[in-house]
Write a protein that binds this ligand. Structure first.
Ligand code: B12
Length: 143
């Protein structure tokens, strides 16, 4: 039934926050999402939460994906979630991936991160998760 709905491609903003220069994971994710038909915008490195929030609104994306491997996740991700909320953009899915220890995850989910994929995550699972989220979101928007 959902297949009958007119669907626009999911728009995803990918970003790296702070001084984290690990680029392999985010590059793989960008390719996987593009191959799955999604529109992907990569902000590049050394972004602040403020820059990412502004870009997410300006680019009108549905999903904000942060790749974090240098231990900045407990500082940057809650701040980004708060900025998105304050900007009225809490409907965007905040997605995180990278080196995020299990013990930090409940706090991040509580702070507004929608879903976390860590080291070794299969890109097919990430694509499946996003497609399901998008189908659900579009179904909810149908009057
Ligand atoms: C390669 C590497 C480097 C390379 C990076 C090269 C590059 N251009 O990317 C170099 C040598 C430069 C480097 C430098 C450093 N590194 Co380094 N590095 C690694 C290493 C060995 C592999 C990372 C990698 O590429 N993995 C492969 C990719 C495919 O995996 P991934 O990024 O995790 O992505 C997957 C998932 O996490 C997820 N994902 C990732 N991002 C996203 C985003 C979204 C939206 C989603 C949905 C999913 C998702 O999907 C991907 C597919 O499965 C890791 C160890 C490890 N096992 O992770 C250490 C590691 C990340 N590095 C580490 C450290 C400490 C450093 C340095 C500080 C070392 C130093 N003293 O200089 C510097 C920091 C540089 C900086 N400013 O950020 C630590 C980080 C520790 C921490 N977080 O607490 C690690 C974990 C090593 C360790 N065990 O201590 N590093």
């Amino acid at each position: 039934m959902l297949d009958d709905l007119p669907q626009r491609p999911l728009r995803v903003l990918l970003a790296k926050l702070g001084m984290d220069t690990h680029t392999v994971g985010v590059t793989i994710i960008a390719h996987a999402l593009r191959e799955a038909g999604m529109e992907v915008i990569f902000t590049g490195l050394k972004q602040t939460p403020e820059m990412v929030c502004a870009a997410a609104i300006q680019e009108d994306v549905d999903v904000v994906g942060i790749s974090t491997l240098s231990a900045g996740h407990t500082r940057h991700l809650p701040k980004l979630a708060r900025l998105l909320r304050e900007a009225g953009a809490e409907d965007k899915l905040l997605l995180a991936g990278g080196v995020i220890p299990q013990e930090d995850q409940p706090m991040l989910l509580e702070a507004g991160v929608g879903k976390i994929f860590t080291m070794g995550a299969d890109t097919r699972d990430i694509v499946t998760y996003l497609k399901a989220w998008w189908a659900e979101r579009q179904a909810a928007e149908v009057p």
